[in-house]
Design a protein around this ligand. Structure first.
Ligand SMILES: [Zn+2]
Length: 89
């Protein structure tokens, strides 16, 4: 209770529909529709090559986890996550 989000019936139906859609269509690796990204011939036809770019939020999270791991014992390496802390001025 307390801070629980109260959704009406329509909102619950939309969320369930979204979950159903994502479970059936959204690739957990790349986020694209699996009908596309799991079709090797189509992917190779559409994209001729790829480049490496950097997500700097992801980089920041990696640095935090590396510093945390180096500072002591990591108990649950696949369950620990990072929290972005906004700059306050
Ligand atoms: Zn994919």
């Amino acid at each position: 209770m307390g801070d629980a989000v109260e959704w009406d019936e329509t909102e619950r139906e939309w969320m369930l529909a979204l979950q159903t859609y994502e479970a059936a269509h959204v690739c957990p690796v790349c986020g694209m529709d699996i009908d596309f990204c799991h079709d090797e011939a189509t992917v190779r036809q559409v994209f001729q090559r790829s480049d490496v770019t950097t997500c700097f939020v992801g980089e920041m999270r990696e640095k935090s986890m590396r510093a945390f791991a180096e500072s002591g014992e990591v108990v649950a390496p696949n369950s620990q996550t990072t929290k972005l802390i906004a700059t306050t001025e």
